[in-house]
Every structure is written in C-alpha cells, then in structure tokens.
Design a binder for this molecule. Structure first.
Ligand code: SF4
Ligand code: SF4
Length: 458
C-alpha cells in the first residue's frame, strides 16, 4: 500500500491510531515558541483592550455588531466589511504562496493551544513520547488512573481559560464578567453555551487534535490549492538522500504521523519539527544542515525560479490595496450615519390645491435610516434650517416621539416634506438641506447635513 492510500492517524478499518510525537527543540521550534507566546498573550489580552470606549476586536453576532480597531461596523457597512474580509483573505493567500501551510503550523489556534498547553501538560504528567505510548497501551493501574485524572483535570482548566477568553470575543469582557459573578440560573443559555464550548475545546484539544487538521478543517484543504511549484514548503531533499541515516527522527516528531521523506503531503501542517529533528542529526554527523528544509519544488530540482513569484507579487499588491482601502475606511468612518431614500409611493402629492399655480402645496415622502455607531446613546432630531422654515417648508414625521438610539442601533423613520410649489425650479425640482442633530451628553451635539431633492409638477 502506498503512503498516499491511507492517512497515518487511522488504520485500515478506520479506527484511530493515536500519534505520540517526540519533543524536539531547535531553531524553528524556539521561534515557534516565541510566536506562540505572543499569540496567546494577544488572544487573552485583546478582549480587554478598548479604543474610544469600544473593544479593539469583538464580533457581537447576537446584536449584529462588529468592532475592529475601536470602531463599530454594522452588517450594512458593506465597503467596511469588504475591506476587512479582503485584508484577511489576502494575508492568508500571501502567507500560503510564500511559505505553504505556515498558518497551520505557526498561527492556527488549534496548533498553538495543542502544542503550548495540551502536549506540554501531557509531557509533564506522562513523560516523553515513549512513556506516553506505554501508558496509553498499558493496563489501567492505579498509577495510570491517577495520571489520567490529573491530566484531564488540568486539561479542563486550560479548556476553561481558552473558552472564556474565546467567548469574550463575542459578548465582551463586561458581559462575561457579569455572567461569571452571577449564578448560572440567572443566565442559563449563556451557561449552556459556555459548558458546550469547554466540552468542545476539551474534546478537540485534549483528544481529537491532529484529526481536526486532517479531517475537519476546510482551510487546510483550501490552502493546498494556493501552493504551487514555487512555494517554499517543508521538504526533503532527495538529491541528498545519501546523507539520510534512516534514524526516523523526522517521523517520530511529526504531529500528523507522516514521513516527510515521501515528499510534500496534504497532512503536513508545516510545523517544521522535522527540520529541527533532522538538523540535530546532521549536526551530530558533521554534515550540512538542510536535508529537510524550507524549499520549493523548483528549488529542489535545482531550478529555483524567480525570488518572488508573480502570483506572490499579485497577492502582495492586492493586499496593499485592501489594507489601504481599510485604512481609508477607518480614517473616514463616521459614527453618525444617515441614509435618506425616497419612499416608493408616488414621487409627489398635491396636498393643497390652492387657487392655481404658485399657491399649491406639494408633499414628498422619504425614509431616513439613522445609525448610531458611537459608543454612547444619542437622541436624534430631524430639522430644517431656519431660512427654509421661513419660506413655508414644513417637515412632518409620522412618528413624533423622540428618536433615542442606543449604541450600535439603527432606526428607519418616515417623514414628509411639504412646500409651496412656487419654490420649484423650471424642471419641477428643488434641492435643499435637511439637518440631523445628534445629541449625546448634556450639551454635546453634532450636526450632519443631508441633501434632499424635492419633486413636484412642472
Ligand atoms: S512533515 Fe514535518 S513540518 Fe510537516 S507536520 Fe510533520 S513534522 Fe511538521
Ligand atoms: S531525521 Fe533526517 S536523517 Fe533521520 S530519517 Fe529523517 S531525514 Fe533521515
């Protein structure tokens, strides 16, 4: 049977074959550890950071509000969300085209939490990979049961920390803190969510592990199509196969159980453990490092091609465009937004026929959609400038109650503008300003002006 016919984590009957990767420390694993510490600090710390009173990053799906960099984005904000998603997608595409599955091995929370917490805890309690394998295959002695409980107890605590921090990205630390200090009976739904998350993380990071990367993760599959012959990936240099002493160290350290000597495989998550393992062997043998190294398929064939492939340049250029778009969007982001649309009924109505041309009064119907994207609650009022009122222009709102908008809320308000037809130009239209006054705080208010085009008979 060829190595491609079966994944290493299941046997021919489809049963799980548990992987016990050996621990290795080399230049890449040291660098990964630094990256993991930075990412974990960011993961735990980001929900606490606020800018302008807003979280730096929060996806409030329940209320359909998204916070990024201290700014509020609503689902209606198509340009803003487009630049956010485009920036993420192009960053992933650029990283994949440059370094293959770098995201999987270096940045993915699945790998970071498994490596940094769960595998480490396992090593502390069960010992190295040989001891772990022995414990797992041995009888259920008192010692093994004790170790098992200790290990899963600490796993559960790690899962609690991870799931609480994860939930904070969706509900905010204030809400989370309130739930944590109150009885679960007062917030049963949230409590059940939290229990489900803890169970899910415990199952995934404590037991399922590499199976998630191999079976469940769509991004892992998706990345494969972004890799080509010019992409640098963890590779075995067959031209130096005489240097290989078949020690299998590269296989023993692999968290997905593959043999990199068979070539680049879908299961590889780019963790670079096999590079460090093989380099340590080469060092001992006094041979050049790099039998296993980051290299492209063309590089291994001795035709390295351009330093930066065209595809990578295109991804890079598009990423610059997306980041520029996002920066401009954030710099020009307005915290009070108004969209005024003409109602879909008749364009105008003559509400007072008067005694003929020049004395009739015309009505135009509009919808105003008002968004409060500020961190405070506001009261909004629609108004005309005084000089327009003096010309006999009236504003009539169907709902006359005060418009009070909570942070992140939007409301649609119907209103009519009634004006004398003598103000109409020769083409039967009139353009004028409508003020929206946003009051927030005792004497603080802001005015946004919207241009209205009024229609009437010619
Ligand atoms: S082949 Fe090497 S880089 Fe790929 S998952 Fe295994 S150890 Fe990590
Ligand atoms: S670690 Fe290096 S020398 Fe040992 S089997 Fe793997 S490729 Fe060969």
């Amino acid at each position: 049977m060829d190595y491609r016919d079966q994944i290493k984590t299941t046997d021919v009957s489809g049963n799980r074959v548990k992987i016990f990767p050996a621990y290795v420390l080399g230049r890449y694993q040291r660098a990964r550890m630094v990256v993991q510490v930075v990412l974990i600090v960011l993961f735990l710390g980001l929900p606490w950071l606020k800018v302008n009173g807003y979280p730096v990053l929060m996806l409030d799906i329940a209320h359909r509000r998204f916070f990024l960099g201290g700014q509020l984005f609503l689902p209606q904000d198509v340009p803003g969300l487009f630049w956010v998603f485009a920036s993420f997608a192009l960053t992933a595409a650029l990283a994949s085209s440059l370094f293959g599955k770098a995201w999987c091995g270096w940045g993915c929370p699945q790998t970071v939490f498994t490596d940094f917490f769960f595998r480490r805890i396992e090593r502390w309690i069960d010992g190295d990979w040989i001891a772990q394998k022995r414990w797992s295959e041995g009888p259920w002695t008192f010692d093994r049961i004790l170790r098992h409980f200790a290990k899963w107890g600490i796993f559960a605590m790690a899962a609690l920390v991870v799931s609480h921090s994860f939930l904070a990205y969706f509900v905010g630390v204030d809400q989370l803190g309130e739930w944590m200090t109150r009885s679960p009976i007062e917030h049963p739904t949230a409590f059940i969510w939290m229990l489900a998350l803890v169970g899910l993380f415990l199952f995934d990071l404590g037991w399922f592990r590499e199976q998630f990367c191999l079976i469940a993760c769509p991004y892992g599959r998706f990345q494969s199509i972004m890799i080509d012959k010019q992409t640098k990936a963890v590779s075995y240099d067959r031209s130096r196969s005489n240097d290989c002493v078949a020690c299998r160290k590269c296989v023993n350290v692999c968290p997905t159980g593959i043999d990199i000597r068979d070539g680049l495989q879908m299961e590889c998550i780019g963790c670079t453990a096999c590079i460090d393992a093989c380099d340590s062997v080469m060092d001992k043998l006094g041979r050049a490092r790099g039998l296993v190294r980051y290299e492209s398929e063309l590089g291994l064939a001795g035709k390295p091609g351009p330093r930066v492939p065209t595809r990578t340049k295109i991804y890079g250029a598009l990423l610059i465009v997306a980041l520029t778009g996002l920066s401009i969007r954030m710099a020009t982001h307005e915290i009070f937004q108004v969209d005024v649309l003409r109602a879909t009924d008749s364009p105008y109505q003559i509400v007072d026929g008067g005694s003929g041309l020049g004395t009739r009064r015309i009505s135009n119907h509009f919808w105003a959609k008002l968004y409060n994207l500020s961190p405070s609650d506001v009261t909004v009022a629609l108004q005309f400038p005084e000089e327009l009122k003096a010309q006999g222009i009236e504003l009539i709102e169907q709902d006359r109650s005060a418009l009070r908008l909570k942070t992140g809320e939007s409301v649609t308000r119907s209103f009519f503008v009634i004006f004398p037809d003598k103000l109409l130009g020769s083409r039967g239209n009139l353009t004028m300003d409508l003020w929206t006054i946003w009051e927030f705080g005792a004497s603080k208010n802001e005015r946004k002006t919207v241009s209205l085009k009024l229609l009437g008979p010619i």
